[in-house]
Design a protein around this ligand. Structure first.
Ligand SMILES: O=C(O)[C@H]1O[C@H](OP(=O)(O)OP(=O)(O)OC[C@H]2O[C@@H](n3ccc(=O)[nH]c3=O)[C@H](O)[C@@H]2O)[C@H](O)[C@@H](O)[C@@H]1O
Length: 423
């Protein structure tokens, strides 16, 4: 007996075979409806699996809304100290964002994170940070800054006293590869967030991450907040500079309290894999060559590398001293603070010295490939004057590069193991 899957049976060769054809059509139809039922069954299975996932593991949910979600947001935002604050931390799955969120939570402030978990670098690292935060009672909402409805909902559910805005498209050289991602996050996303802050009642005070890169081609050292910042060397820097102007208008028109922090090459445990100290570590351990850029006249490039714990203290001090926004519901009621601070380490170190320190801590030799700095947006050196932050925030960096890299290497080896890092 031929099998029902026999192709010969499904193809009638003459009208005399029409009876058998009807049978085949019926069979065909019945197998289509069986397939349809199976498809329905599979869809139902997938839907119930996904909802089970979001019930079992709330911190992995990418959707937002609903009473359960609101409860998680409220719980995460709960303040556990007298005079504490409720802070929305954007970019909480990122390097600085995760550290700041933990520090705030540990001292009893309410914290709600927001992050889109994009794949600019390994998402597994961002998810590991999310687990760390979730174990410490910080819920990260998965969503994009440009989602105005989500922001409105968050401000509806929680009365945020402060917004710590650290979400951004980072990286100086990547701006040549994907320029629009900088416009999306650093310009459009910033404006969407400020619109939400402006409409909130009461308005929160906003502290946000600008960058040392705004000094661009400035040659006066050390870089002081009063120096010119109208010569950016990269699109990344240009979007950060634009952010400073944009926040100024929201301060001026709507009375939002604004503090912009110019971070100087922040490094440390749980850092960003795209940064030199991180990618050099990986390559050295894997025995692969590293590229070291060199400036004009063979001069070494230098950075005012700043350790994450110092930056966290600067961020918390900025929140504590931010003063209040004066507006409400989109109307200004008086002048509000507008501040900009350098948060650096005040002692630049050359890139070759950075490599030598890493070699010592890793007990491994780097294979150096020294090339002239390509025209990729890099600046030859950075050096922060931090006297304003010292005076107004009590900011005082305490970790030198040697000590900070030792802590980084210890974390790196415990996280990835020797030479085993992914990607
Ligand atoms: O201070 C800042 O505002 C900026 O600091 C870093 O930018 P950058 O200082 O360029 O940090 P890295 O990418 O880690 O580069 C550090 C140094 O190593 C050099 N480098 C980088 C990569 C490489 O393969 N070789 C190399 O010699 C760079 O030219 C630079 O001098 C961050 O990546 C930016 O997001 C941040 O805004």
């Amino acid at each position: 007996m031929p099998s029902s899957l026999d192709h010969g049976q499904l193809l009638p060769s003459s009208p005399g075979k029409s009876k058998s054809m009807n049978r085949q059509v019926y069979r065909c139809f019945s197998s289509t409806s069986t397939m349809f039922l199976w498809a329905l069954f599979l869809i139902a299975l997938t839907v119930s699996y996904l909802s089970f996932q979001s019930i079992g593991s709330p911190y992995l949910s990418s959707s937002w809304g609903g009473s359960r979600w609101e409860k998680q947001v409220r719980l995460s935002a709960r303040i556990n100290r007298r005079g504490g604050m409720a802070v929305l931390v954007t970019g909480a799955g990122g390097f600085v964002g995760s550290h700041v969120s933990l520090a705030l939570k540990r001292r009893g402030d309410g914290v709600v994170g927001l992050d889109n978990f994009n794949n600019y670098y390994e998402t597994s690292l961002k998810k590991a940070r999310r687990s760390l935060l979730s174990n410490n009672g910080v819920f990260i909402v998965e969503g994009d800054l440009n989602d105005a409805k989500l922001l409105a909902k968050l401000f509806d559910v929680v009365v945020f006293t402060h917004v710590m805005h650290l979400a951004a498209q980072a990286g100086v050289r990547y701006a040549m590869k994907n320029p629009l991602s900088y416009v999306h996050s650093n310009i459009a996303g910033l404006v969407t967030l400020l619109e939400a802050c402006k409409m909130a009642n009461p308005q929160p005070a906003v502290v946000w991450a600008s960058s040392s890169s705004v000094y661009g081609l400035n040659e006066a050292v050390p870089f002081s907040e009063s120096h010119r910042t109208d010569q950016p060397a990269s699109l990344y820097a240009a979007t950060k500079k634009a952010g400073e102007e944009i926040t100024h208008t929201y301060n001026h028109i709507y009375g939002l309290s604004i503090t912009g922090l110019r971070f100087f090459t922040v490094y440390g445990p749980w850092g960003r894999p795209d940064m030199a100290y991180f990618s050099f570590t990986k390559s050295i351990l894997q025995g692969r060559p590293i590229t070291i850029y060199r400036g004009k006249n063979r001069a070494d490039l230098a950075r005012d590398f700043t350790f994450i714990d110092d930056i966290v203290r600067g961020c918390l001090a900025s929140l504590d001293t931010s003063g209040k926004s004066t507006g409400s519901g989109g109307k200004k009621r008086g002048t509000a603070p507008y501040r900009i601070f350098n948060l650096g380490n005040t002692s630049p170190v050359t890139v070759p010295t950075l490599v030598r320190i890493l070699e010592r801590h890793l007990k491994a030799k780097a294979k150096r490939n020294i090339v002239d700095m390509p025209g990729n947006g890099d600046v030859p050196f950075t050096h922060a004057n931090i006297s304003s932050a010292q005076r107004e925030l009590g900011y005082k960096p305490t970790t030198d590069l040697e000590t900070g890299l030792k802590k980084f290497v210890k974390w790196y080896l415990s996280y990835y193991g020797y030479g085993k890092s992914v990607n």
